[in-house]
Ligand binder design. Structure first.
Ligand SMILES: [Zn+2]
Length: 178
C-alpha cells in the first residue's frame, strides 16, 4: 500500500475539540490502484465527512458521490459507473470488541484513525452485484461490441459440434472471476 498517499485519510482526532468537524476528500485513480484488493479500477469520487466528537466517542457521517471505473459483467470492458451513498461509523475509545459493522472500538490513547479502507468498502458496497451499464441506459454502444460479437459467434455456432474448439475461447472470455 502506498503509505504516503493514504496518510491523508488518517483523521487525527486526538487534537480535535468536542463538537462538529468537516473533512473533504477527493478520491482518484491512485486511491483504487494503491489498495491491495479493489474491484474498482479507478474513478473520481468526492467524500464529505462530518465528524461529531464527544468524550471517548466520535460519530462520522460519510457522504460520497462520483464515478468509478469497473469491469462490465457482460463485455468485461472497463466502464464508468455512477456511485453515491451515505454511511455512518461510530468510533469509541475504550475496551471490548465491537459487535456491529458501524462500530469500531479503539484502545484509549489512539490518536488517529485511517478511513481509507472504510471509504473503499462503502464505495464498493454501493455497486450493484451485476454491473452492465448498457442494460440500464439502453445504450448498447457502452459495451465492447468487438467482444460481444465474438461471444455471439461462439454461442451460436453455425454447425453444432460437441468438441467445437471455440467453446474453449468462450471459457477464456467469460471466466472473469480469476
Ligand atoms: Zn459491457
Amino acid at each position: 500500500m502506498a503509505t504516503d498517499y493514504f496518510q491523508q485519510f488518517a483523521i487525527q482526532f486526538s487534537g480535535l475539540a468536542d463538537g462538529d468537524h468537516n473533512f473533504a476528500f477527493e478520491i482518484g485513480d491512485q486511491f483504487f490502484s494503491g489498495l491491495e484488493y479493489s474491484v474498482v479500477e479507478g474513478g473520481d469520487v468526492k467524500v464529505d465527512v462530518l465528524l461529531h466528537k464527544q468524550p471517548n466517542m466520535m460519530t462520522l457521517n460519510f457522504d460520497f458521490e462520483g464515478q468509478v471505473k469497473v469491469m462490465c459483467d457482460r463485455c468485461a470492458g472497463s466502464v464508468p459507473y455512477p456511485v453515491e451513498g451515505s454511511q455512518r461509523l461510530i468510533i469509541q475509545l475504550g475496551d471490548g470488541e465491537a459487535d456491529d459493522d458501524e462500530l469500531i472500538i479503539l484502545p484509549r490513547g489512539e490518536f488517529e484513525f485511517n478511513i481509507a479502507q472504510h471509504l473503499y468498502e462503502y464505495i464498493a458496497l454501493s455497486l450493484p452485484l451485476r454491473v452492465v451499464p448498457c442494460e440500464e441506459t439502453d445504450d448498447t454502444s457502452m459495451c465492447d461490441q468487438t467482444v460481444l460479437s465474438r461471444l455471439n459467434e461462439i454461442i451460436v455456432p453455425e454447425e453444432s459440434s460437441p468438441v467445437d474448439p471455440r467453446w474453449d475461447k468462450l471459457k477464456g472470455l467469460t471466466n472473469t472471476d480469476n
